[in-house]
Design a protein around this ligand. Structure first.
Ligand code: K7E
Ligand code: CUA
Length: 682
């Protein structure tokens, strides 16, 4: 991208942004081939030979697919698609009885969401490989994934919030995950006129604690702020530990046509929240109890998810807790807010700004001490811009969104409109290098790049538009990631790879931190599911009214039982299938003809349950859906469904049936004996 075209494009670019369009870099001249990774050794740098491992795990949000994609770096190979907020037929997530409660919310069963920001848990400001948190936007939630299993373990709903975008952004030792409302709403919700926005709406920020042993989240307190749109966040670290920063836009408090009405002021704000101060105020009883209903879904150690219902929250206001919140004026409608590895610099991505503003934490502290205020917003002191600003990066490009750091004193900012990554120095805020992205980069990511110790070898651009980059696939084209080598003075593009969903943010860490800690199977002997069976002998079929429980096993290469009769139309048939395998990477599947549910996928040692309500008579096959052995195709069975009025007895072909049959026969015989006694016919 040549600098000379920038002045001409700037106005056009602004207009494009305001019009909701995205300017691609299609018109830009191509940089030299070496910079674009077209030289031979770029391939060698991303080539991971067959059988070899990648150096990093990278966790990409799926955006509108509500999931997490796990990729290896530098190869860009997709390793796993971990379901979080959305039902996923690949493994029955949100379809099996054990996992359905994970989707419970105060709005009912919500089996989808829009997930933007993965956040690795941290210890002393460094990713520790324990958990991954991610936000659900539309139905405000935070999920926690366990990184020994790559499974979602917990989902906490956030009440009094809407569009949970500035989330989850962990504090330095994962004391808290945060949730700032993007859309201010009446809190609690009530029936008011939208015209009463300024008075009746609130911008609630939520701090949820994370138990350091179990990872369990709990809402500690909420902070009621003016009705702005709280967009992104990052926690302080080192000297700024104890603070969290939230960008806001729409400080104009428009309630309609925000593209115009929220772009009036030259500066909006970063809200600086002193959460240690908040803790004091809560301890002193300054927070008001307020009723709130929210779901807290947790996977039990029996592999069954359950919902607990929250009933209230504690709400702090800045008026009741002086020193809790300050506003840092920040140009203009800022999006990202990122804190450098030293904890001193707070960088904003003012998407409509012509500079990248960099605030200084130490200057902010001094400004607070000196009361260098520029008025207030509804009781919250506004600090003087000149009193907190450390510097501005001049001529960075167009549409700065997000910044990551390499740990060597450099920052990298994504430029959405001018489609480039701009590298600049934290010493003098001068631009050092720029590299084009293809196209319209949103977030960028450096492994550990928002932590105290980035592994600053690669940067990834997460691009919104791919146009001419891949073979076309109809109207919808893949979003994409681009991998840059940032180890030298100049960035070098090494690789393009398409992604699942729309990754907004991503996080990555060295594979060595977690690869040795992977769970290989669930222990069959410790399987606590109430319908688990640990041997074929124990399999059974039981009827209780219109409900039939089938406790079934699967092992290479058969189900037990695989012949079942005595089911009636309209029964609720619960197939509780336990995978008896105790070996790594031997899942079995389960599907039955006529079921209007996804099939199950069963990990070794695990029990999962599928409910089937047969609507018609017939004999229906079931089978294993995961190619598990040479005789996988033989892994099948039949279940007979009779009319509702049928009196055909339950019958199945496992050892337990013999016992049941003998018992019934015995009962029948003693019944006859009774008749003999009283009837005396024989
Ligand atoms: Cu910039 Cu949702 Cu973090 Cu997308 S957000 S780019
Ligand atoms: Cu079990 Cu295929």
């Amino acid at each position: 991208m040549s600098r000379s075209i920038r002045p001409r494009t700037r106005r056009a670019a602004w207009l494009a942004l305001i019009a909701g369009g995205a300017l691609t870099a299609a018109g830009c001249g191509r940089a030299d081939a070496a910079r674009l990774g077209e030289a031979g050794d770029a391939a060698a740098k991303v080539y991971v030979a067959p059988g070899k491992y990648d150096e990093f795990y990278a966790f990409f949000s799926g955006g509108f697919d509500g999931q997490v994609g796990v990729y290896g770096l530098p190869s860009g190979r997709l390793l796993k698609h971990v379901p979080v907020f959305a039902q996923n037929p690949e493994n029955g997530w949100g379809y099996s009885e054990q996992t359905k409660p994970m989707m419970n919310t105060s709005y009912g069963f919500v089996p989808w969401d829009d997930a933007h920001h993965p956040q690795l848990s941290q210890t002393a400001g460094v990713p520790d490989g324990r958990w991954l948190f991610i936000n659900g936007n539309n139905t405000p939630r935070i999920a926690r994934l366990d990184l020994t299993r790559f499974e979602t373990e917990e989902i906490l709903e956030i009440p009094n919030s809407a569009g949970n975008h500035s989330s989850p952004f962990v504090t330095e030792n994962t004391e808290y995950v945060v949730a700032g409302t993007r859309f201010s709403v009446p809190a609690p919700q009530r029936d008011v006129s939208i015209d009463d926005y300024k008075e009746a709406f609130s911008g609630m920020l939520t701090f949820a604690t994370v138990d350091s042993a179990t990872g369990h989240m709990a809402i500690a307190f909420q902070i009621r702020l003016p009705a702005f749109d709280y967009d992104l966040s990052h926690a302080g670290k080192g000297p700024s530990h104890g603070w969290s920063f939230f960008t806001s836009y729409n400080s104009e408090q428009g309630d309609t046509k925000l593209e115009v009405n929220a772009s009036q002021r030259d500066k909006d704000y970063i809200a600086a929240i002193n959460w240690k101060r908040a803790e004091q105020c809560v301890a002193e009883g300054k927070a008001a109890a307020q009723p709130a209903r929210y779901a807290h879904n947790l996977m039990g150690d029996d592999g069954i998810a359950r919902t607990e219902w929250g009933t209230g929250v504690r709400v702090l206001t800045p008026a009741a807790c002086p020193g809790l919140a300050y506003y840092l004026p920040t140009p203009k409608s800022p999006h990202g807010v990122d804190v450098d590895p030293t904890g001193e610099y707070i960088v904003a991505g003012g998407k409509l700004a012509t500079v990248i503003p960099v605030h200084s934490f130490s200057k902010m502290q001094k400004a607070i001490a000196d009361q260098a205020f520029d008025g207030e917003e509804q009781g919250i002191p506004v600090l003087k811009y000149q009193a907190t600003i450390a510097g501005e990066v001049q001529n960075p490009g167009l549409g700065p969104l997000h910044t990551e750091f390499d740990g060597r004193g450099n920052a990298y900012t994504s430029m959405f409109l001018s489609s480039e990554i701009v590298k600049w120095s934290l010493k003098d805020f001068k631009v050092l290098d720029r590299a084009p992205s293809y196209y319209s980069v949103g977030h960028l990511m450096i492994p550990g790049g928002d932590s105290r110790k980035p592994w600053g070898k690669y940067a990834i651009a997460l691009n919104k538009i791919t146009k001419d980059r891949y073979l076309p696939t109809g109207p919808e084209l893949a979003q994409s990631a681009q991998l840059y080598d940032i180890s030298g003075d100049r960035m070098r593009l090494l690789l393009d790879f398409p992604t699942i969903g729309e990754p907004h943010y991503a996080q990555a860490l060295p594979a060595s931190l977690i690869k040795e800690r992977q769970l290989k199977m669930y222990s069959l002997m410790q399987n606590k599911d109430p319908y688990a069976v640990r041997s074929e002998k124990a399999t059974k079929v039981e009827r209780s009214g219109g409900v039939v429980h089938v406790s079934m096993t699967s092992v290479r290469s058969h189900f037990m039982p695989d012949k079942i009769e005595g089911i009636r139309v309209g029964d609720s048939v619960y197939f509780h299938v336990t995978n008896l395998e105790q070996d790594w990477d031997v899942p079995h599947g389960f599907a039955v003809l006529g079921a209007n549910n996804a099939e199950l996928l069963l990990m070794p040692g695990q029990t999962r349950t599928l409910v089937w309500v047969p609507g018609q008579v017939g004999v229906f096959p079931f089978y294993c859906t995961d190619f598990c052995s040479a005789l996988h195709q033989e892994m099948q069975g039949y279940i007979r469904v009779s009319p509702k009025s049928s009196s055909i007895a339950l019958k199945w072909n496992s050892p337990s049936y013999q016992a049941v049959a003998e018992r019934d026969e015995h009962a029948e015989r003693s019944d006859h004996d009774d008749h003999d006694e009283h009837g005396g016919k024989r």
